[in-house]
Design a protein around this ligand. Structure first.
Ligand SMILES: [Zn+2]
Length: 61
């Protein structure tokens, strides 16, 4: 089976106008202020939330 009629460029492009990726959300770390992903440990200072904090190896040493 083939399509009855070829889709125009406009129809195709209009449909594909929704295909873009969504922007990744970022939050700022309350401790050091660097951007991090929500619900993830901060790579800079190791802070997850007020109760949980992980030790992060220092960079450049
Ligand atoms: Zn941080």
């Amino acid at each position: 089976m083939l399509p009855v009629q070829k889709k125009s460029k406009s129809k195709t492009r209009t449909r594909r106008s929704h295909h873009r990726l969504k922007r990744v959300g970022y939050v700022l770390c309350p401790k050091c202020g660097s951007a991090k992903l929500p619900h993830a440990v901060c790579e800079n200072c190791g802070l997850l939330n007020r109760r949980v904090s992980l030790k992060v190896a220092e960079k450049g040493k």
